[in-house]
Design a protein around this ligand. Structure first.
Ligand code: ADP
Length: 448
């Protein structure tokens, strides 16, 4: 079924090429036919006219000898009003009249083609001249056979055959050229149809060069590479998520089993409290996973104009960190976004800063000095900082550089991944920047 599609393109192009060449070549052939006919006829006519007028002049002067002096390739006859040949050139002596049309007094000279006359095998181009205006005037006929090419239709047959042969050659060439052009497309299609989600590592063949098909193959391979990466990331994420969920479930199960097996040694309150902690942890992981899945799916309708300075001020006011908190916020900076998500982003950055700061947290909000159309929010602490090689890795899901501290404080390992996804969904960026001590997170968002 599928190869049909290709051969249809091939067949369609071939048919179009054939039709166009038949039309164009046909028109050229028709024009050539007219020109050849015109040239051949006018040459023959000139010969007959010259000879005819010479003879009719001699008839009028009474100087015409018998037989009439010949003119090459021209039948010359003088025919009386009774229809009998009175004089003729030697070659035509004794032949019947070449025509029986007698020009009238008003129209003494006539040119026409006579076919099928007895005694004449070929069609003749005749010049008939009434010698005088007298009613019994003789008629001079000068006639030359028409070229066979014109009377037999041979010219049209030859031209038609040439048109058909050339059109067939053009169609054949088109068929082969389109076939050759489409061959790589067919190879790409065949390879793509074999590539399934289970084998995204395969690539389509890339023809050499820079033409459209080579670009198509490269784009297809690029798409496959990204798909493969996306599928790998999804698999990794599903496996990480299961692993993260399994840890609190295993702890919960162990506690409950222990309580069932040793009911007398069990402090029920402690067991329930531990179970609640594990449930809380499960809940926060699931809530974060759900949030991650939803970021960026709300569409523009979920967005509103937000006074970002106020938003940050309110978030800082809610907090009572054990370290000093310095804020330097430029007033009146607004953004266009989803309020809940921006609050969550701030919350995650400030939670981490509080968790790692030793003495001090600094929050700054300005216009980005590098691009005036963006805001720049930095959240810096003076904690252990993030080593240069880990500055991108910390944004990956479930990455924890400091497992003990992160787990003990209820971190799910998704906080920075969520924060970055929110920044990206708002057409912004979130990165870790250099700072003299501790970590410094920089959020850049476009201003409306
Ligand atoms: P978690 O829930 O573990 O905090 P995050 O995604 O928020 O998850 O952070 C990922 C990791 O990045 C943390 O485990 C920690 O190792 C590192 N990190 C985040 N913020 C800071 C910070 N302010 N200082 C040092 N390390 C940090």
């Amino acid at each position: 079924m599928r190869p049909m599609t290709l051969s249809t393109i091939r067949a369609r192009d071939t048919v179009i090429a054939a039709i166009v060449s038949v039309l164009v070549l046909g028109a050229l052939a028709a024009a050539a036919d007219l020109i050849v006919r015109d040239v051949a006829t006018s040459q023959t006519l000139t010969r007959t006219q010259l000879a005819g007028r010479r003879v009719s002049g001699a008839v009028r002067d009474g100087t015409l000898p018998t037989p009439i002096p010949p003119a090459e390739g021209v039948v010359l006859q003088v025919v009386g009003p009774d229809g009998r040949v009175r004089n003729a050139d030697r070659a035509s002596w004794g032949r019947p009249p070449v025509s029986d049309l007698r020009p009238t007094v008003e129209r003494r000279i006539r040119d026409y083609v006579e076919c099928g006359r007895p005694g004449y095998r070929r069609c003749m181009l005749v010049e008939a001249i009434r010698a005088t205006t007298a009613p019994d005037s003789v008629v001079v006929y000068a006639a030359a056979p028409m070229p066979v090419l014109l009377t037999s239709g041979l010219l049209e047959v030859l031209l038609g055959a040439a048109v058909l042969a050339l059109s067939a050659a053009i169609a054949c060439l088109t068929w082969r050229m389109v076939g050759r052009t489409l061959r790589p497309v067919e190879e790409i299609r065949a390879q793509l149809s074999e590539i399934t989600a289970s084998d995204l590592s395969r690539r389509v063949p890339e023809p050499p060069g820079e033409d459209e098909i080579a670009q198509l193959a490269r784009t297809a391979n690029e798409t496959l590479r990204r798909l493969e990466q996306a599928v790998d990331r999804q698999r990794q994420f599903a496996s990480d998520a299961s692993h993260e969920l399994r840890t609190p479930i295993a702890a919960l199960r162990a506690n409950l089993e222990d309580a069932v097996m040793h009911p007398d040694d069990t402090d029920l309150r402690a067991v329930v409290e531990a179970a609640l902690r594990d449930t809380d942890r499960l809940e926060s992981i699931i809530t974060d996973l759900l949030l991650l899945a939803r970021i960026g799916t709300g569409g523009p309708a979920a967005r509103e104009r937000i006074d970002f300075t106020e938003l940050v001020t309110a978030e800082l006011a809610r907090r009572d960190p054990p370290v000093s908190l310095c804020a330097d916020l430029r007033p009146g900076i607004t953004v266009h976004g989803v309020r809940m998500q921006l609050v969550r982003l701030l919350h995650n950055l400030l939670d981490n800063a509080e968790r790692y700061a030793e003495t001090r947290i600094e929050v700054r909000l300005t216009r980005d000095p590098e691009a005036d159309s963006r805001l720049l929010l930095t959240v810096a602490d003076d904690g252990i900082g993030i080593p240069e090689p880990d500055r991108e890795r910390v944004f990956e899901r479930f990455t924890r550089l400091d497992t003990a501290r992160s787990r003990s404080s209820g971190g799910t390992g998704l906080g920075l991944a969520i924060a970055r996804d929110i920044a990206t969904a708002h057409n912004g960026t979130l990165t870790v920047e250099d700072s003299p001590k501790g970590a410094c997170f920089a959020l850049r968002l476009p201003l409306p």
